[in-house]
Design a protein around this ligand. Structure first.
Ligand code: FAD
Ligand code: NAI
Length: 474
């Protein structure tokens, strides 16, 4: 007889494993199936999805190592520390990254055991429905569940006709396993992955050229932040070429050759030892057999959902990269908790307006809420408070004076509408802005909160004061 569960989660990434744990905490019988594309020495299903295996966690491990290397090479001398020219042992760096990934993925297996979530190894695909239960084929068996949560995530989009061999031509997975510093690294796509992975290998000594289709750099960010970032990244040696059209990509024993038209339309080509393709991601819905049950997909192949992640089918939900909204791990986890709680009859909630973005470049970039250009387009009258890190004592002491905090508040109500940070520890600083916005705070509320001295958080405080034209230290 088919195994039957209250809830079956398809996919064990941040959306899937968090949904499974939360549903089990709420007393439901839960299984999670994982199709397991990640190499595991014991052939076990590896949980954690893109994020833990080939995304957030491994990229941040490499960013940290390369940041220390860059500090030793360029930052220490100004503070009177001489260590000579640093050398990088790439296999050790990659080994450390792999150990972190192993620790975290096996940690989730432990959490499944603790919460009594049944882990099923195999690809999940809808096999039928009705009679109060959905049937899902998982590998060789068919499982029945009253509620199904689709959390199948996304995979890298590739350039048409350009095979990814993870050696000469890499997507995000290969980019995290490059075994030696390439002399010349080409990247197609100046988005989040292109900038983070470009930073890693540039810091370690590669000549990095990034080819971007759009004429504007980092168009997703606030325009002031994007302008500052372009200036700082180019100073670091990232050669960013905008408005290009990629042509033929050829590989040979000598490396990779990328033909492209530059922004004037003139034919160019770029020779490199390696190529990383980071041009966005596509949802994993093609293997789900959505048509068998009539699960509705949108024009981009994502599962169509409402604000509570309900699909068009009763008892079928979808969360994370496979649905609309930003492709971010914390967004997937928020939706996962919401759905599990709603299945259990609670009022789970996920506010897509307060999902923070972080780029772990140097300096870091983080924001929450609307950009200045979005407010203009929406016809909102707003006020802005902008304070540079150069005016902050802690930033000076750390030698991290680049960047600024910009706060945008409604001119009429003073409610905070967006906060944009480029600077050291932006990834941590943004949390204060998220809390403020989640509670509907005004810039005056932040201005009246005591911030420890000396800390970088004082720049956030000053930006709030600056919204009212009364910064104290600038
Ligand atoms: P995924 O993590 O993609 O997980 C889906 C899982 O489902 C996978 O394990 C897959 O094998 C499995 N699966 C797919 N189809 C099936 C099926 N039919 N049956 C069974 N199993 C299936 N986000 C951040 O917030 N911060 C970051 O710093 C960050 N860095 C990133 C760096 C890189 C290089 C990349 C590529 C992404 C990064 N992201 C980051 C994005 C983040 O990884 C994703 O948003 C997040 O993993 C989405 O979670 P998910 O559970 O929706 O999907
Ligand atoms: P992206 O959407 O961030 O950037 C892709 C870039 O490639 C865009 O600038 C786009 O204009 C460009 N592009 C698309 N087609 C192109 C072409 N044919 N030629 C040249 N340029 C082209 O996608 P990316 O970097 O692949 O990352 C995918 C997603 O993963 C991100 O959007 C984000 O959701 C997530 N991510 C999050 C991170 C974080 O939170 N720190 C880190 C890395 C990834």
């Amino acid at each position: 007889m088919a195994q039957r569960f209250d809830v079956l989660v398809i996919g064990g990434g941040p959306g899937g494993y968090v949904a499974a744990i939360r549903a089990a905490q709420l007393g439901l019988t839960v299984a999670c199936c994982e199709s397991n594309p990640y190499a595991d020495p014991k052939g076990e299903p590896r949980l954690g999805g893109t994020c833990l295996n080939v995304g957030c966690i491994p990229s941040k491990a490499l960013l940290h190592t390369s940041h220390l290397f860059a500090e030793a090479a360029h930052g220490f001398a100004a503070q009177g520390i001489s260590v000579g020219a640093p050398a990088i042992d790439v296999p050790t760096m990659i080994g450390r990254k792999n150990a972190i990934v192993d620790q975290l993925t096996s940690g989730i297996r432990g959490l499944f055991k603790k919460n009594k979530v049944t882990l099923l190894k195999g690809h999940g695909a809808f096999a039928g429905g009705g009679e109060g239960a959905w049937q899902v084929r998982v590998g060789e068996e068919t499982v029945a569940a009253g509620q199904v949560i689709v959390a199948t995530g996304s995979r890298a989009r590739h350039l048409p006709g350009v095979p990814v061999d993870h050696k000469l031509v890499c997507d995000n997975a290969g980019a995290l396993d490059i075994d030696a510093v390439p002399k010349r690294l080409a990247i197609v796509g100046a988005g989040v992955i292109g900038l983070e992975m470009g930073s890693v290998w540039r810091r370690l000594g590669a000549e990095v050229t990034i080819l971007e289709a759009l004429p504007d750099f980092l168009a997703v960010a606030d325009a002031d932040v994007a302008k500052e970032a372009a200036k700082l990244f180019r100073k670091q040696g990232l050669d960013i070429r905008l408005g290009v059209t990629i042509g033929e990509v050829k590989t040979s024993k000598k490396g990779v050759s990328v033909a492209y038209a530059d922004k004037t339309g003139a034919a160019q080509h770029l020779e490199a030892d390696r190529l990383i393709v980071s041009i966005g991601r596509v949802p994993n819905t093609d293997g789900l057999a959505a048509e068998v049950v009539g699960l509705k997909l949108d024009e981009r192949g994502r599962v169509e959902v409402d604000a509570h992640c309900r699909t068009n089918l009763p008892g079928v939900w979808a969360v994370g990269d496979v649905v609309r909204g930003p492709m971010l791990a914390h967004k997937a986890m928020e939706e996962a908790v919401m759905v599990a709680e709603r299945i259990a009859g609670q009022a789970g909630h996920c506010n897509l307006d307060t999902i923070p973005w972080v780029l772990y470049t140097s300096p870091e970039i983080a924001w929450v809420g609307r950009t200045e250009q979005q407010l203009k387009a929406d016809g909102v009258t707003y006020k802005a408070g902008r304070i540079p890190f150069a005016a902050n004592g802690r930033a000076l002491g750390m030698g991290e004076t680049a960047g600024f905090v910009k706060m945008l508040a409604d001119a009429r109500t003073d409610r905070i509408l967006g906060v944009h940070v480029i600077g050291a520890n932006a990834s941590e600083l943004i949390a204060e802005a998220v809390v403020a916005m989640e509670f509907g705070a005004a810039s005056e509320d932040l201005a009246r909160i005591c911030h420890a001295h000396p800390t970088l958080s004082e720049v956030m405080h000053e930006a709030a004061l600056a919204c009212d034209g009364r910064p104290l230290h600038f």
